[in-house]
Write a protein that binds this ligand. Sequence first.
Ligand code: THU
Length: 137
Amino acid sequence: MSELGPADEQLVKVAALARARAYAPYSKYRVGAAIRTKRNKIHSGANVENASYGMTVCAERCAVFAAVAAGDVKDYDTIAIVIDDTRLPSPCGACRQVLHEFAPGVRVVLATTGGLRKTTTLAELLPDAFGPESLRG
Ligand code: THU
């Protein structure tokens, strides 16, 4: 368990608040995410499920898309992801790929409502990623 600074703990708090708004009637696995820009703006998201299961959107993508739709397209500093479990969350492959598009260098804070914390980076979670740079000859 790593000690986080106050800015990261605040981000975890915002992610936990978003988690309370998750729509997860099928899996009951509620996830919250909050992404902070380098200019200190925070955008949050929660997982939103659907009766047609494949339409489900994860909390991380919800947060990134909210940020992009609000005009904060790049320059992200940190994303926090929160679940209520005895183990830390692990963002799915699709969310890692989406994060790489907008935030290849982003710090990632993994957290549980019970107080577990781990800090990593997207580059660690998705090494040798395919991204916009791959398409530039
Ligand atoms: N989920 C997330 O929100 N983030 C992840 O990184 C993994 C999975 C959601 C999707 C679905 O609503 C539920 O968790 C179970 O897979």
